[in-house]
Design a protein around this ligand. Structure first.
Ligand code: 13P
Length: 251
């Protein structure tokens, strides 16, 4: 049995004041014990969130990390080892906003994945197609390529200590959600790709869905056999909405 994971990606949102409010809301949540819950604030607020959530079963992760594992001369970046030192347990790599807006490529994503893992962080590898790619019928090919970029370099066993998040770019922040069937099709293909190399990894790896997940559509998505939880953007900024999504993952 794979333990469901619901992670809130706060993206570039928040002020010290709004983060304090969100922490208060999260502290009041009833988080189902069978669901692993995490939030990923902007780096500036990671410490505030960790301190604020002390004693609460909500883990804290980061949205990005440097290519190199250890601290050094790399202006503006944050090393995976520093994230561990701060108290983070996981980190997103290859989010589509970083791929499309900041030009992050598979090669860099792969290096970040390896750097994070070498420090004991769990990388959450984000993959997903654009609208043009979906309309051209290339969804599975694009996602497989993003996954292979890491599997070919680091080996399938690297995913024994990693998470995959399928986030169709056209569904992110748009209010458009992949239907449960559309998402399941891609999740099943991802799992089959692992299965071809390791039945053990395929069975164990958690594949999250992300893209306009809300309390209203979460249960249906999480009910699909290969959807093991969610990566939540906008809806994770509202503690009650996020709590309802976490509970949907427990049902
Ligand atoms: P939204 O939930 O706002 O669509 O964002 C999804 C996402 O990008 C999470 O990483």
């Amino acid at each position: 049995m794979r333990r469901p994971l619901v992670a809130g990606n706060w993206k570039m949102h928040g002020t010290r004041a709004s983060v304090a409010e969100l922490i208060e809301g999260l502290r009041r949540l009833e988080v189902p014990a069978e669901v692993e819950v995490a939030v990923m604030p902007p780096c500036l607020y990671i410490n505030q969130v960790l301190v604020g959530l002390e004693g609460k079963a909500i883990a804290v992760g980061a949205q990005n990390c440097a290519l190199e594992p250890m601290q050094g001369a790399l202006t503006g970046e944050i090393a995976p080892s520093q994230l561990v030192d701060a108290g983070c347990g996981m980190v997103l790599v290859g989010h589509s906003e970083r791929r499309t807006i900041l030009g992050e490529r598979d090669e860099q994503v792969c290096r970040k994945f390896a750097a994070a893992q070498s420090c004991g962080l769990v990388p959450v590898l984000c993959v997903g197609e654009t609208l043009e790619e979906r309309q051209a019928g290339r969804t599975l090919e694009v996602v497989a390529g993003q996954l292979d970029a890491v599997i070919d370099e680091l080996g399938v066993d690297a995913f024994a200590r990693a998470v995959v998040a399928y986030e169709p770019v056209w569904a992110i922040g748009t209010g458009l959600t992949a239907s449960p069937q559309q998402a399941q099709e891609v999740h099943a293909a991802i799992r089959a790709q692992f299965q071809a190399q390791s039945a053990e990894v395929a069975q164990a790896v958690r594949i999250l869905y992300g893209g306009s997940v809300k309390a209203a559509n979460a249960a249906e998505l999480f009910g699909m056999p290969d959807i093991d939880g969610g990566l939540i953007g906008g809806a994770s900024l509202n503690a009650d909405e996020f709590g309802a999504i976490c509970r949907a993952a427990g049902n």
